[in-house]
Design a binder for this molecule. Structure first.
Ligand SMILES: Cc1cc2nc3c(=O)[nH]c(=O)nc-3n(C[C@H](O)[C@H](O)[C@H](O)COP(=O)(O)O)c2cc1C
Length: 178
């Protein structure tokens, strides 16, 4: 049945997704990059405010400079592209920083899942909430004050396939009450 197949395909993408930090030097198709941003923009947001911006990065020098100031983002130096996801509190419901960050997080997860669906590797590299990392990303990408650089997502073709991890834990589930 078509719906069953679609559900299986979606579950497979969700459950197979892993953080990928080793990339080949093959480039990423522009259409795939656009699709990843489209996936990001398809995420739910509080009151549908969509308080986000996406910076698509393909310049070797920019990726290298970003990697230098992100202690856990060294793989950016081998990524062939990246998307920096920004949260815009001024555009969020109630101009809330928290909601802007939550909304941009939903978008980020969609991008990670879409990357998996395209057979690409990706990983969330944190900028927020670390002041020094945000300042570094802000300065290299000319991000205005008031806009929060949430993360940078390096992208590339994975060097090796990573096995999925089953994180299902029945003890984390409560029914009706804790
Ligand atoms: C908020 C957040 C921040 C993260 N920051 C980094 C980071 O700076 N560098 C990195 O290599 N991975 C980072 N990760 C990825 C996690 O390390 C990874 O998701 C976790 O180890 C689980 O592995 P998996 O994604 O393969 O399931 C981050 C993930 C999240 C959600």
């Amino acid at each position: 049945m078509k719906e069953e197949q679609m559900a299986q395909d979606a579950m497979s993408v969700i459950c197979r997704r892993r953080s990928v930090r080793d990339f080949t030097d093959a480039g990423i198709d522009e259409h795939a990059l656009e699709a990843l941003v489209r996936a990001g923009m398809s995420a739910p947001t509080a009151r549908n405010m969509q308080p986000w911006s996406f910076i698509v990065l393909t310049g070797r020098e920019t990726l290298d400079r970003l990697s230098e100031g992100l202690p856990y983002g060294k793989m950016l130096a081998t990524a062939t592209a990246a998307i920096a996801v920004c949260a815009l509190p001024e555009e969020a419901n109630g101009q809330s920083v928290e909601l802007a960050v939550v909304d941009a997080t939903c978008a980020s997860e969609n991008i990670l899942l879409a990357a998996e669906a395209f057979g690409l590797g990706a990983v969330w590299v944190a900028a927020y909430p670390y002041e020094d990392r945000m300042a570094h990303v802000r300065s290299i990408l000319n991000i205005p004050d008031g806009v929060i650089p949430l993360n940078v997502i390096p992208l590339g073709h994975p060097k090796a396939s990573k096995p999925p991890i089953d994180k299902y834990r029945p003890e984390k589930i409560h029914r009706e009450s804790w």
